[in-house]
Design a protein around this ligand. Structure first.
Ligand SMILES: [Mg+2]
Length: 448
C-alpha cells in the first residue's frame, strides 16, 4: 500500500478522522513494517525422535520456503512414540507441503478432519507437532514470543508444583522439604504402599502374594496410605503449602467418592484423576458430597471431552496434555471455555512433554486469566544439550523465555545421539517404551 493510499484509508474516504501528525507517522511505520512479510509456504516437514532424558520425545519441524524460517512443535506420545512419526511423515506432510504456513486454525481443521476418523492419540499428537510449529513460525516471523501473539501476559510467571515421592512417608516429607527450600509453594506427594507397586514412588519392594508375575496393586491399602500421607504433610507443613495428589484412576468409582470425602479435611490443592475417563458420571457424586478440588482430563483425546465436565462445573482444574489434545490451538480454546465456567487450568507437564511442549504450557499459563497451577519437571543436562533456551524455574515460578516463537532451538546432531531406547531397561525396553501392565493380586488388570 502506498503512503498516499494509507493516508486516504485513514481519512476514511473524506470523513475526517483527526489524526495528529505523530499518529499518522506511527501508522505509516506500522504499515511499512508489516508490508515486508509475504506469506511463508510449507516446504518440508521433518520429525525429530529423541530420548535425552530417558523419555521418548517426538518433535516436529516445519520448514518454510523463506530462508531460515522454520518452527518446532511437540508431538510426544511417549508410550507409542514410534507411531506418531509415520502419521506426520506419511499423512500430514503430503497434505501440507506447498500450503501457507500462516493459516494456523485452518491448517488444524484440515489435519483434524482430513482423516475422517479422528480424535486418536496418535493423530492428535501428530497434528499438535504441526500446530505448535506454525505458532513458532509466526512468532519468529514477527519477532515476538507466542504469548504476545495470544494477547500478552496476565501474570509474570506460572506458579508451579514439584513432585515429591518416596517409598516411605518420611522420604516424601524430606523430598517435599527440599522443594520448599528451593522456593516451591506447592508439592505433589506420592508414597509407596508396602508390598505393592505404587504410582509416582520407586524403591518399594513388591512382596504381596499374587497369582501372576506382573507388578501388583490393590486399591484399599493405597487409599489408606495416601490419607496417612496427607495427614503427615499437614502436620509437617501446616496450611501454607499446597498439597497435590494424583490417584491415577486406580480406584473404583465408589472408592474415589469416599477418598475425595476423606481427603476433604486435609484441604488438598487438588486431587487428580480420582476417576477414569470411563467413569465420568461419578464426578457428580464427588461434587455433591464434598468440596475437595478435583483435577481431571490428561487422558482425554478429543477437545470436546472436557466440555461437559467444564460446563457442568464438575471439576476445578482441567488437566490437558497439550499435544494429546491436538496442540496449542485447541488447548487455548479449552482454556477460554474454562474461564467462562470458573474452571482453572493445570496443563500436564511431566518429563514426557518436550521443552517445546513445556513452552506451550507456560505460554498458556501466562495468557489465560483462569490459570490455576503448572506441573513442573526439571530438564536434565542431556535434554538441555538437545533443546536450548528451555523455560526456567525460579523460586517455584516457571518463566517463559522471551525469544521469538517458542524461543527454543533443537540441536539435531545432539538429538541423534539419543535414539529411542536410550537408558531404557528390562520390560520397558522390551515393550518399546510402553508402560506394561499392573494387576490386582488375582490377576485383574488395573487402569493406570
Ligand atoms: Mg496425572
Amino acid at each position: 500500500m502506498k503512503r498516499r493510499n494509507l493516508l486516504e484509508m485513514i481519512m476514511g474516504g473524506g470523513a475526517a478522522v483527526a489524526l495528529s501528525p505523530k499518529e499518522t507517522q506511527a501508522q505509516v511505520r506500522v504499515e511499512r513494517a508489516t508490508r515486508g512479510m509475504p506469506s511463508p509456504k510449507i516446504k518440508d516437514i521433518q520429525v525429530i525422535a529423541t530420548e535425552p532424558g530417558g523419555v521418548r520425545l517426538v518433535v516436529v519441524k516445519v520448514i518454510t520456503d523463506q530462508d531460515g524460517l522454520y518452527g518446532y512443535g511437540c508431538a510426544t506420545f511417549t508410550q507409542r512414540a514410534d507411531l506418531v512419526v509415520p502419521a506426520v511423515e506419511k499423512y500430514l506432510k503430503p497434505l501440507l507441503v506447498g500450503r501457507p504456513a500462516d493459516r494456523i486454525d485452518d491448517t488444524w481443521q484440515m489435519c483434524y478432519n482430513g482423516s475422517y476418523w479422528r480424535n486418536g492419540p496418535v493423530l492428535n499428537n501428530a497434528i499438535s507437532g504441526v500446530d505448535m510449529a506454525l505458532w513458532d513460525i509466526k512468532g519468529r516471523q514477527v519477532g515476538l514470543p507466542v504469548y504476545q501473539l495470544a494477547g500478552g501476559k496476565c501474570r509474570e510467571a506460572a506458579d508451579c508444583y514439584a513432585h515429591a515421592s518416596g517409598s516411605e512417608i518420611s522420604e516424601v516429607i524430606d523430598s517435599a522439604k527440599k522443594f520448599i527450600a528451593e522456593g516451591f509453594r506447592n508439592v505433589r506427594v506420592q508414597v509407596g504402599v508396602p508390598g505393592y507397586a505404587g504410582y509416582g514412588s520407586t524403591g518399594t519392594q513388591v512382596s504381596a502374594k499374587a497369582l501372576h508375575a506382573d507388578p501388583v496393586f490393590e486399591p484399599e491399602p493405597y487409599v489408606r496410605r495416601a490419607l496417612k500421607l496427607f495427614e503427615a504433610c499437614r502436620k509437617e507443613f501446616g496450611e501454607d503449602i499446597g498439597i497435590l495428589h494424583d490417584a491415577h484412576e486406580r480406584v473404583t468409582p465408589n472408592q474415589a467418592v469416599q477418598f475425595a470425602k476423606d481427603s476433604e479435611k486435609f484441604k488438598l490443592f487438588f486431587l487428580e484423576d480420582p476417576l477414569s475417563p470411563e467413569d465420568l458420571a461419578y464426578f457428580r457424586q464427588i461434587r455433591q458430597q464434598c468440596s475437595t478440588p478435583i483435577a481431571m482430563g490428561e487422558l482425554f483425546n478429543s477437545p470436546h471431552e472436557w466440555g461437559p465436565l467444564i460446563s457442568e462445573r464438575l471439576i476445578d482444574y482441567i488437566r490437558v496434555h497439550v499435544s494429546q489434545a491436538g496442540g496449542f490451538t485447541p488447548s487455548r480454546k479449552m482454556a477460554i471455555l474454562g474461564e467462562h465456567f470458573g474452571v482453572k487450568t493445570a496443563w500436564h507437564g511431566p518429563g514426557d512433554v518436550s521443552p517445546v511442549g513445556h513452552m506451550a504450557n507456560v505460554t498458556l499459563d501466562l495468557v489465560s486469566y483462569n490459570f490455576g497451577i503448572q506441573e513442573h519437571s526439571p530438564f536434565n543436562e542431556h535434554v538441555q544439550e538437545v533443546f536450548s533456551n528451555c523455560p526456567v524455574v525460579k523460586d517455584g515460578y516457571f518463566y517463559a523465555n522471551e525469544a521469538p516463537g517458542w524461543g527454543i532451538e533443537v540441536n539435531e546432531k545432539a538429538a541423534a545421539k539419543y535414539p529411542f531406547g536410550t537408558g531404557e531397561q528390562g520390560q520397558r525396553k522390551k515393550d518399546n517404551g510402553g508402560w506394561g501392565v499392573i494387576r490386582r493380586r488375582d490377576g485383574t488388570v488395573i487402569k493406570q
